[in-house]
Design a protein around this ligand. Sequence first.
Ligand code: ADP
Length: 158
Amino acid sequence: ESSETVSESDDMLLYRGFKKMEHTFIAIKPDGVQRGLEFKLVGIKVVVPSKDFVQKHYHDLKERPFFNGSCDFLSSGPVIAMVWEGEGVIRYGRKLIGATDPQKSEPGTIRGDLAVVVGRNIIHGSDGPVTAKDEINLWFKPQKLVSYTNNAEKWIYG
Ligand code: ADP
């Protein structure tokens, strides 16, 4: 008889070899979600996108010399994809992320602080409302986004 406390079952997200590694479960509780952020997270998933898929994501860049390399890279491993909501969130996201080339990103931005070269610049953010809509549609099925009221909204938006 097995002494393992974690058993295989269809409704557990186990993959082969899962039991060999340590895992933890982290969740932001409702008070943290309500209090913690200026903007609202309405979708999140972890996915390894296919090359076909990322070619769609980067379709605007298909004439650029780095298109193929960028597609190979983005499809090379797990991506954490998110949808954030709020007034000005597109511009704010870009500001937080910093310039495309980390060498030109300000200190205090994600790319400025944490990345070094343009081909490994850590993070993506939609550059405008049209791309945001297209990218959200590409990465998320509408029913996977959640609609909820953040109790702080009346204080944030008046
Ligand atoms: P951003 O991601 O800031 O919106 P772009 O849409 O212009 O920038 O480019 C998409 C991605 O392609 C960049 O984030 C970067 O990873 C890659 N990229 C852009 N320019 C270059 C370049 N000159 N050389 C290599 N990779 C690049």
